[in-house]
Design a protein around this ligand. Structure first.
Ligand SMILES: *[C@@H]1O[C@H](CO)[C@@H](O)[C@H](O)[C@H]1NC(C)=O
Ligand SMILES: *[C@@H]1O[C@H](CO)[C@@H](O)[C@H](O)[C@H]1NC(C)=O
Ligand SMILES: *[C@@H]1O[C@H](CO)[C@@H](O)[C@H](O)[C@H]1NC(C)=O
Length: 634
């Protein structure tokens, strides 16, 4: 019922709706208290009542809602303390109590609720006391915001245990003492705001190495000493340090005074270097060598993180949310390179496919950036579009890398050709008619032709099979690069030949040297795919062994016994009387089979080129459609 103009109280009778799972009344004009009876809604999972005028205290019966995953009551007039019973809601992923008048300390049970993964927002209240050590239990939390309260004391040393944090907002409180060194483990931080407190001591050097950090506000504290000039500190639009009278140095854009030699470690180092230089000529050469070497090392680091940063657009948290926490129900694919999940982006409702790379597989992690770089430049209507790449740290503090693709509504060609038994799909699912198959075959040919001939460096797909051909809502075929494409270059040729035969096909794929021969591996796979689409037989079928392959099976049946090898479903379709007469149909079918055979012939040099395949298939399609058109014309 959110975003209406509903006035008045939330009725006590709400407690009778004992099977209610979702109660969303946000953005209305509700006033009065949250009814005590809400504690009877034992099945409630989501309670959103933000942006209303709810007043009085949060009833402690809310601690009865043990199924609750989302509690959002921000921007109301709620008073009193945060009920410690909320600590019983052990399924909470998100809690937002911000912008109320809540007072008193943050109960340790609430601060240490380990289920919280998305956000804990208690900002803009009147909370007092210290941030308790229980905070260390928030190991999975992405955003912690306790800003704009009256919290005091030292920042807890174990804040560094919250290793999943991407955003940490502590500004506008009365925190004092140094920035704890344990924060060095928060490597995934994107935003850190400690401004407007009474934090003292030096700026820790480790902040320089936080590659994802895009916003750092240390303004209005009591910090002192040298500001680093590397990492986030290089960017005066990302770093804010005003109102710290004892800070010095940094990049010129920060407009701070230069550090005098007594307080600055680096100037005294330079002084030492100067003394050495003066005292010994040999040391001079050596020092210069060292300095150059160190500089180079320093320069290298930020550039690599920069490349990764430029790809960061969606955060780990948004992906976590989109895939319902990588729930098994959202799992749509599984391969040696990782898992593929379906997700819905909260921001715009767009469906995405997220391929999470298995970083234990070294090949996957090593090639991540190479792959991103290649995919970024690939744009073709028959290739699944890569929306973005994510590189960060997961809730366990491990490196996390994922590729996000547009989602294809109609699943893979494999699902259509070989629906698995017991899968609860409608009967129509199996009905991929002849023209649909031909169109998909042409789509795939276009995609391969593009990869082989239209990219700056030829790209070899190496993993073409029905499960890697996806169909969108209009049944247009798109090939995906989930199988990790190989960028073709001469020095990488050995790599690509070694990794290419993931098809499990009989017969060897002969690769020679030189680019022509390598793209021919894809042509071979394409030929087999075409035969599989028309016969409905998998090349890995039991019966294809000991010299009998799908290729030979088809070859033996041509030209007279096509009817015996064609997918029975297609045959029925043509007999039942489609738009074309069966005999024409079968004749054309023969030509398509021929193309499949030529593509999958043993000798690479005899295989067809993809542009040739397209021309042939399109002309067959035209001929098949023409009589129908003529018919209608007459
Ligand atoms: C809490 O739940 C129990 C059932 O488990 C119910 O009997 C009780 O009335 C609830 N308490 C409140 C305050 O709603
Ligand atoms: C940094 O913090 C100060 C004090 O809290 C605030 O006034 C300022 O707007 C912040 N800077 C940015 C860019 O948000
Ligand atoms: C800030 O902390 C110092 C001690 O570190 C203390 O002397 C000073 O009173 C504090 N200032 C405020 C505004 O709390």
């Amino acid at each position: 019922m959110d975003e209406n103009n509903i006035l008045g109280k939330i009725p006590d009778g709400i407690g009778n709706l004992i099977n209610l799972e979702v109660l969303v009344v946000a953005e209305n004009q509700l006033s009065g208290p949250i009814p005590f009876n809400i504690g009877k809604l034992q099945k409630l999972k989501i309670f959103d009542a933000n942006i209303n005028f709810l007043s009085r205290t949060i009833p402690h019966s809310i601690g009865n809602l043990t199924e609750l995953t989302e509690l959002d009551i921000h921007f109301n007039n709620l008073q009193g303390s945060i009920p410690s019973g909320l600590g019983n809601c052990k399924n909470l992923l998100l809690m937002d109590l911000s912008s109320n008048n809540l007072s008193g300390p943050i109960p340790p049970e609430v601060l240490g609720l380990p289920s919280l993964t998305i956000v804990l927002n208690l900002s803009s209240n009147d909370l007092t006391g210290e941030l308790s050590v229980e905070v260390e239990k928030l190991k999975n939390l992405g955003t912690l915001d306790v800003s704009q309260n009256r919290l005091s004391g030292l920042l807890p040393k174990n804040l560094g245990s919250c290793v999943s944090l991407e955003k940490l907002f502590l500004e506008g409180n009365l925190f004092e003492g140094p920035i704890p060194s344990s924060l060095s483990s928060l490597r995934g931080l994107e935003a850190l705001d400690l401004s407007d407190n009474n934090i003292s001591g030096r700026i820790p050097e480790f902040l320089v190495r936080f590659g994802a950090l895009k916003y750092l506000n240390l303004s209005f504290n009591d910090l002192e000493g040298l500001i680093p000039s590397e990492g986030v500190f290089k960017n005066a639009r990302a770093t804010f340090v005003e109102g710290n009278s004892k800070l010095c140095g940094g990049v010129p854009e920060l407009h701070l005074s230069r550090c005098n030699s007594k307080t600055s470690a680096s100037t005294s180092l330079k002084l030492k270097i100067t003394i050495i230089v003066v005292s010994s000529g040999v040391t001079l050469v050596f020092s210069i060598f060292l300095i150059i070497w160190f500089r180079k090392k320093k320069e290298q680091k930020p550039t690599t993180t920069h490349v990764e940063n430029s790809l960061l657009q969606l955060s780990y948290q948004s992906i976590l949310k989109a895939t319902k926490g990588f729930s098994p129900q959202n799992l749509v694919g599984l391969g040696s390179f990782g898992y593929v999940y379906k997700g819905i982006l909260e921001a715009n409702g767009a469906a995405i496919a997220v391929k999470v790379l298995n970083l234990l597989n070294h090949r996957a992690s090593r090639s991540f950036l190479v792959e991103c770089d290649a995919l970024k430049n690939i744009r073709h209507r028959n290739i699944v579009k890569v929306l973005t790449a994510i590189s960060g740290i997961d809730y366990k503090g491990n490196d996390f890398k994922a590729l996000v693709y547009e989602f294809m509504e109609n699943g893979s060609l494999k699902d259509w050709l070989h629906p698995s038994v017991g899968m609860n799909k409608p009967e129509t699912m199996r009905n991929l008619n002849f023209f649909q198959r031909l169109n998909v075959a042409i789509d795939v040919a276009h995609a391969l032709e593009y990869l082989h001939h239209r990219c700056e460096t030829p790209i070899i797909n190496c993993d073409l099979k029905p499960s890697n051909v996806l169909l969108d809502w209009e049944m247009v075929g798109h090939i995906r690069d989930f199988g990790l494409p190989k960028i073709h270059s001469r020095d990488k040729l050995n790599d690509s030949t070694n990794e290419s035969s993931s098809l499990g096909l009989r017969g060897t794929i002969e690769y020679g040297t030189g680019s022509e021969l390598s793209t021919n591996g894809d042509v071979y796979s394409y030929g087999i795919l075409l035969l599989e689409m028309l016969t409905g037989q998998r090349p890995t079928n039991e019966k294809f062994k000991e010299g009998l392959s799908l290729h030979n099976f088809v070859k033996a049946a041509l030209p007279d016994r096509v009817v015996e090898i064609i997918d029975p479903i297609l045959f029925q379709e043509s007999v039942r009387g489609g738009t074309t007469a069966p005999d024409i149909h079968l004749q054309r079918l023969n030509s398509i089979f021929e193309i499949g055979l030529t593509c999958s012939t043993e000798s690479p040099s005899e295989r067809m080129d993809m542009s040739n395949v397209i021309t042939k298939l399109c002309s067959i399609r035209d001929k098949l459609l023409r009589p129908a058109r003529l018919h209608r014309g007459i």
